[in-house]
Design a protein around this ligand. Structure first.
Ligand SMILES: [Zn+2]
Length: 286
């Protein structure tokens, strides 16, 4: 296939590059879309242990930022739903702040943590499993999950049905105009594909289906009558744990991981002043 229909604006996206899967780019809105699919075997080259150490500090700090802004906007007496709970860290932060949030997660690899921490997680795919609240949710949040979902129109229709009229849809996701993505594209043009492969998570069982920027994310939601109310960026790298994050990928050798870590340290001043790779967007129904 040379073209596919852009999920955000409906124009024809053209084949942009080919890694393990093909990636298309929309000439109108700039959305990148892959033809990857979800591997239901849940097998991947992700090392759960080292991923945990590397990400935990950064994620908790970022979730603190989100929860504070949410409490400022809505107060504490709110009910939330997280789609794609994963390790359960967002629910943990909610619990620490006295916010009532449940999670949906297809995989059981973090079930032990969920149980130990008394987190309310339902196992399965949204919206297949019934977590309906008659009154709707005050907020529904995606943390690094929205970019992994193929059928976005169907998803957004379900989200609107599950949100209160004044409910917030919060999308926290990696951006295609951030420093790491731009660097990976540059390296790809120079013939190095591993970084771009890593960002798309093509070696993991749940690869990215899309890579958004702010503009095409707004277009997609606008189509469904949702408008942006709040937007900010989060830190995408904690230099003190960068090594563990890189090591979390089993396919990267120790030597290469060490080189990458050193490279990152050298680039630290550039990265910290460049455009962040993580965007957070709040949407409301019009
Ligand atoms: Zn488009």
């Amino acid at each position: 296939m040379d073209t596919i229909t852009c999920p955000a604006c409906g124009n024809l996206s053209k084949l942009k590059f080919e890694l393990k899967h093909q990636v298309y780019k929309c000439p109108e809105c700039g959305l990148y879309t892959s033809n990857a699919s979800f591997d239901f075997s849940f097998q991947s080259s992700l090392e759960l242990g080292s991923r945990e150490v590397g990400l935990k500090k950064l994620r908790f700090e970022n979730f603190e930022v989100i929860i504070k802004s949410l409490i400022d906007l809505k107060g504490k007496n709110i009910k939330g739903l997280e789609i794609g709970t994963g390790n359960g860290w967002w629910l943990k932060v909610c619990q620490e702040h006295g916010i009532d949030c449940i999670g949906i997660e297809p995989e059981k690899s973090h079930q032990e943590y969920h149980i130990e921490n008394n987190l309310n997680v339902f196992y399965g795919f949204y919206p297949d499993i019934n977590i309906k609240r008659e009154e709707g949710y005050d907020f529904i949040i995606f943390n690094d999950v929205f970019e992994h979902i193929r059928d976005l129109d169907e998803l957004i229709i379900s989200l609107k049905a599950d949100l209160k009229d004044d409910g917030l849809l919060i999308i926290n996701l990696p951006m295609s105009d951030g420093f790491f993505y731009q660097t990976a594209m540059l390296l790809h043009k120079l013939g190095v594909n591993s970084y771009l492969n890593r960002l798309w998570q093509f070696n993991f069982h749940s690869p990215h289906m899309n890579y958004f920027n702010a503009e095409n994310l707004f277009l997609l939601l606008k189509k469904h009558g949702l408008s942006k109310t709040v937007e900010y960026n989060l830190n995408s790298i904690d230099f003190s744990t960068a090594k563990q994050r890189i090591r979390a990928d089993k396919e990267i050798s120790k030597i290469k991981a060490a080189m990458l870590t050193t490279g990152l340290q050298l680039l630290k001043p550039v990265i910290t002043s460049a455009k962040s790779d993580i965007g957070v967007f709040y949407f409301k129904m019009d």
